[in-house]
Design a protein around this ligand. Structure first.
Ligand SMILES: CC(C)(COP(=O)(O)OP(=O)(O)OC[C@H]1O[C@@H](n2cnc3c(N)ncnc32)[C@H](O)[C@@H]1OP(=O)(O)O)[C@@H](O)C(=O)NCCC(=O)NCCS
Length: 246
C-alpha cells in the first residue's frame, strides 16, 4: 500500500479536475493528503436526473445496487459521495474498493480503513483513513447554515457566551465551524460508541485561536480521544474529526 499522493505544484493532486465552476458533474475536484488520511471532493450536477450508467460503472457492483434503489438528488448525492471515497482510496493505491452501508446508514469501509461522507447541493466529500483503529467523521457546510437557527441551536451555553465576545463576522464563522465539527463528531462516534449523541455531548472551544473539540458524553467512564481540523473550502467549511475510543 502506498501513501497518499501529494498535490502537484499547482496545488491540486495529480489527475484532479480543475477547481471552479466548470468542473464537470461527477468529476474529482481534488483528492489530497489530509492530517487524518485523504480528503477528496467530487462535483455534483445541478439537476436530479438519474445518474448516467457510465458514471455508475465507476463504482463497485454492490454500490451500484444500492445506488439504483435511490432516486433524484438522493441518488446524485449518494453516488457523488461514493465517487469521492473511490478517489481518496486510489490515493492509498487501492484499486478494488467499496464503501457499503451500515445499519444506521453509516458508511462501512473495507477492513483496515475508516471513511466518512458529506454532501451539499454542489459537492460531495469523503475522508478516508488507512486505519480502522480510529474512526473519522467529515462534514461539509456552506455559509447559508451559519445564519440559520440550527447552527445556533447546537451551541452549549458556554459556547454561546464565548461566541458573543466575537465580532459579527468571526462569530458567524465560529458558529458554522462549531456546527460542522459536531456533525463530524457524530459521524465519527455515534456508531462506534453505540449511543445516540446530542449536540451537548461535544464542546468546541476557540480560545487557542483555532477550533478545538472535546467530547463530554454523559455516563462514559472514559471520553473518546478526538482531534479535529477545519478548513475553508468549496465555498464553505469542511470539518474533520478523528476519534479513538479508549
Ligand atoms: C447523520 C447526519 C450527521 C448526516 O448529516 P447531514 O448534514 O444531514 O448530511 P451529510 O451530507 O453531511 O452526511 C450524510 C452522510 O452521513 C453519513 N451517515 C449517516 N448516518 C451516519 C451515522 N449514523 N454514522 C456515521 N455516518 C453517518 C452517510 O455517509 C451519509 O451519506 P451517504 O448516505 O451518501 O453515505 C445528521 O443527519 C444527524 O443525524 N446529525 C445529528 C448530529 C448530532 O446529533 N450531533 C451531535 C453529536 S456531537
Amino acid at each position: 500500500m502506498t501513501g497518499p499522493t501529494e498535490p502537484n505544484r499547482a496545488g491540486r493532486a495529480e489527475g484532479a479536475a480543475p477547481e471552479g465552476p466548470h468542473v464537470p458533474p461527477y468529476a474529482t475536484v481534488f483528492a489530497r493528503s489530509h492530517a487524518f488520511g485523504v480528503l477528496a471532493a467530487v462535483a455534483l450536477p445541478s439537476t436530479k436526473d438519474r445518474v448516467p450508467e457510465a458514471v455508475l460503472a465507476r463504482l463497485d457492483a454492490r454500490e451500484v445496487e444500492a445506488a439504483r434503489s435511490l432516486t433524484g438528488f438522493d441518488q446524485v448525492r449518494w453516488v457523488g459521495g461514493r465517487l469521492a471515497a473511490h478517489a481518496a482510496a486510489r490515493h492509498f493505491g487501492v484499486r478494488r474498493w467499496a464503501l457499503l452501508v451500515g445499519r444506521q446508514h453509516e458508511p462501512v469501509a473495507p477492513e483496515g480503513f475508516a471513511a466518512s461522507i458529506s454532501h451539499k447541493r454542489t459537492f460531495a466529500v469523503a475522508l478516508v483513513s488507512d486505519t480502522d483503529a480510529r474512526s473519522v467523521g467529515v462534514d461539509l457546510e456552506d455559509d447559508v447554515v451559519a445564519a440559520s437557527r440550527i447552527a445556533e441551536a447546537v451551541l452549549r451555553p458556554e459556547e454561546r457566551a464565548a461566541l458573543e465576545e466575537l465580532e459579527e463576522e468571526d462569530r458567524a464563522r465560529a458558529r458554522l465551524e462549531t456546527f460542522a465539527l459536531k456533525e463530524a463528531a457524530f459521524k465519527a462516534l455515534a456508531v462506534p460508541l453505540g449511543r445516540v449523541l446530542t449536540f451537548e455531548d461535544a464542546r468546541v472551544d476557540f480560545s487557542s485561536g483555532r477550533a478545538e473539540l472535546a467530547m463530554t458524553v454523559a455516563g462514559l467512564a472514559c471520553q473518546p480521544r478526538v482531534e479535529c481540523r477545519v478548513e475553508r473550502e468549496l465555498g464553505g467549511v469542511i470539518a474533520a474529526v478523528r476519534a479513538e475510543i479508549r
